[in-house]
Design a protein around this ligand. Structure first.
Ligand SMILES: [Zn+2]
Length: 463
C-alpha cells in the first residue's frame, strides 16, 4: 500500500502542529493546484507519442556507428528528424525553444567502442522567464541511439522502440506542451546518443554543464518507459519506477557527504529528496500513476544517462517501466520457437508512455515554477533538548509565500508531517518533536503552492 502525503494530510498536520512564533498571516494552502499544470498534463498526446515512436523505429538502426548522413536510414537520419521536431515545436511556440546540436568526436574505447565516433546530442532549451531564477536548470532526457544483440553491430535492424524511442518521444512531447507556458527556471530537453556504447552523449553534456558551473537542480532520465507488460505477461498500467541514488559510491566522501552520513541522512541525498518531490507532484496531478520510488541508482547490470549527472554531483533520477520484457531489449529482431524477439513498436503501450510523460511534465512544470530549494538549512545541535530548531537563509523570490518544515520517522520512506511558515520566518522551533527521532527537511513554496524539493539540514553545533 502506497502512502502519499496528500494536501489534506499535510494541512491537518500543520494545524495540529504548534503555532510558529511569528504573528504573520498564514501562507497559501500547501499544494494548491495550478490550473496550468492541469492543462499541461491533459495536453500530452498519446497519438503524437505513438507517431514519434513509429518514426524513430522506422530508421533501420540508430546504432551510434551507423549511417551518420541526415538523409540516411541510420542514426544521422534520426538525429535530423529529432532536430526538425524540436524546431517545429519551437516555431509553434513563438520561437521560445532554442534548439542546438551538441556534437563531438568520441575517441575509441574498446571493447564497447572500437573506433572513434561522432556523437550528436540534440538540445532544446526553454529559458526561464525570471532573470533571477533562469540560472536554475531542470533537465529531462531520453537516448535516441539503439542496438541489436551485438553491441558492435551497426548494420542489423535495431528499432529501439521501447529502448529508448519511448523516452525520446516523451521528451519531444513534453517540450511541445511546456513551451507554450512560462516557468521561472530554465528547462533543458535532451535527446542524447552513445548511451548503449558508454553513456557518451550524456557524459559530454553533463561535463560541459559542470565546467560552466550550471546550477542543475533536477535531472530526469527517461529510459525504457514504453511498456506496461512484463516478460511474464503481467500488466501494470499504473506504475512507473523512479530510481534514486542514496550515498554515492565514492572512495573518499567530502565534508558535506560525511556530515550527511553522520547525521543519519543517508536516505536524504538530493536525488532522494527529488524523487520524493516528483512522487508528491504525480500524486497531485497524475493520480492514476503510482511513482514507485526505488532506493538505488539503477537496476542490477544496467546504467543510464542519469549516472554521469550523479557522478558530477547533480540530483538525477531515472524513470523506467514497472517490469521489463528482456526479450524485447538489446535483441536482434527475430522469431525463435514461436517467441518474438526485438524492440519493435507493436509491443509499446502508447497510453502508458503518455502517462509517464505526464508525470515528467507535471514534475518539470511544478519544480520550474517553484522557488529554489532553501539554502544553508541547518538544524541546531549545540545542546541536548527534545525540541527541534531549524534555520535557513532567506529565499530571494519576490513572490515567495513561505517555507514548509517536513518530517517523518527515520524508518519511513516519505514525508509524513508538514508545518507551513510565512515568508518572514527563517528560524523556527518545532516543540516536542525531537531531531533525534525523526528526519527533517525544509522546502520553499510560492503563493500558487509550487514547492521545492526538501533540503536535509546540516547540523549546526555552535550557538
Ligand atoms: Zn536505454
Amino acid at each position: 500500500m502506497a502512502m502519499r502525503a496528500s494536501a489534506p494530510f499535510l494541512l491537518a498536520a500543520a494545524l495540529a502542529a504548534p503555532a510558529p512564533a511569528s504573528e504573520a498571516p498564514p501562507p497559501s494552502p500547501a499544494h494548491a493546484v495550478d490550473p496550468d499544470v492541469r492543462e499541461i498534463v491533459s495536453g500530452i498526446s498519446p497519438e503524437r507519442i505513438q507517431r514519434s515512436i513509429y518514426v524513430l523505429a522506422s530508421f533501420k538502426t540508430r546504432h551510434t556507428l551507423s549511417d551518420p548522413l541526415p538523409s540516411g536510414d541510420g542514426i544521422g537520419g534520426a538525429a535530423s528528424w529529432i532536430r526538425a521536431e524540436f524546431d517545429r515545436a519551437s516555431a509553434q511556440a513563438g520561437g521560445r525553444l532554442k534548439v542546438e546540436l551538441d556534437s563531438f568526436e568520441q575517441p575509441p574505447s574498446p571493447p564497447r567502442n572500437p573506433q572513434k565516433a561522432q556523437i550528436t546530442n540534440i538540445v532544446a532549451t526553454l529559458k526561464g522567464t525570471d532573470p533571477d531564477s533562469e540560472g536554475r536548470t531542470l533537465v529531462v532526457s531520453g537516448h535516441y541511439d539503439s542496438r541489436a544483440t551485438s553491441l558492435l553491430d551497426a548494420a542489423s535492424p535495431a528499432p529501439g522502440a521501447d529502448d529508448d524511442a519511448s523516452g525520446v518521444a516523451s521528451v519531444l512531447e513534453v517540450a511541445r506542451v511546456l513551451s507554450h507556458f512560462k516557468f521561472r527556471a530554465t528547462i533543458v530537453f535532451l535527446a542524447v546518443a552513445g548511451e548503449e556504447q558508454g553513456l557518451y552523449g550524456s557524459t559530454h553534456w553533463a561535463q560541459g554543464a559542470k565546467e560552466r558551473r550550471a546550477d542543475i537542480e533536477a535531472m530526469l532520465d527517461n529510459d525504457i518507459i514504453g511498456s506496461s507488460r512484463s516478460e511474464g505477461g503481467k500488466v501494470d498500467r499504473g506504475t512507473v519506477r523512479l530510481f534514486a541514488q542514496g550515498i554515492p559510491p565514492v572512495a573518499a566522501p567530502d565534508e558535506g557527504l560525511t556530515a550527511l552520513i553522520r547525521a543519519g541522512g543517508e536516505n536524504d541525498t538530493p536525488p532522494r529528496e527529488l524523487a520524493r518531490a516528483v512522487r508528491e507532484i504525480a500524486a497531485a496531478y497524475v493520480p492514476s500513476m503510482n511513482v514507485r520510488v526505488v532506493y538505488r541508482a539503477d537496476r542490477y547490470l544496467r546504467g543510464g544517462d542519469h549516472l554521469p549527472f550523479l557522478e558530477r554531483g547533480y540530483p538525477a533520477v531515472r524513470f523506467t517501466e514497472p517490469a521489463e520484457d528482456f526479450r524485447r531489449q538489446h535483441q536482434d529482431v527475430r522469431e525463435e520457437k514461436g517467441v518474438q524477439y526485438g524492440d519493435t513498436p507493436d509491443h509499446v503501450d502508447f497510453a502508458y508512455t503518455a502517462d509517464v510523460a505526464r508525470v515528467n511534465a507535471a514534475a518539470l512544470a511544478v519544480l520550474a515554477r517553484a522557488p529554489a530549494p532553501p539554502r544553508d538549512v541547518q538544524i541546531e545541535a549545540a545542546r541536548l533538548e527534545n525540541d527541534t530548531t531549524l534555520r535557513w537563509a532567506p529565499n530571494p523570490e519576490p513572490d515567495l509565500a513561505g517555507y514548509r518544515i517536513v518530517w517523518r520517522e527515520t524508518t519511513s520512506p516519505f514525508w509524513e508531517h508538514g508545518l507551513d511558515l510565512p515568508r518572514n520566518v527563517t528560524r523556527t522551533t518545532v516543540r516536542d518533536v525531537s531531531k533525534d527521532n525523526v528526519v527533517f527537511g525544509v522546502e520553499a513554496f510560492d503563493a500558487a503552492g509550487h514547492a521545492s524539493p526538501a533540503v536535509f539540514p546540516r547540523a549546526r553545533t555552535t550557538l
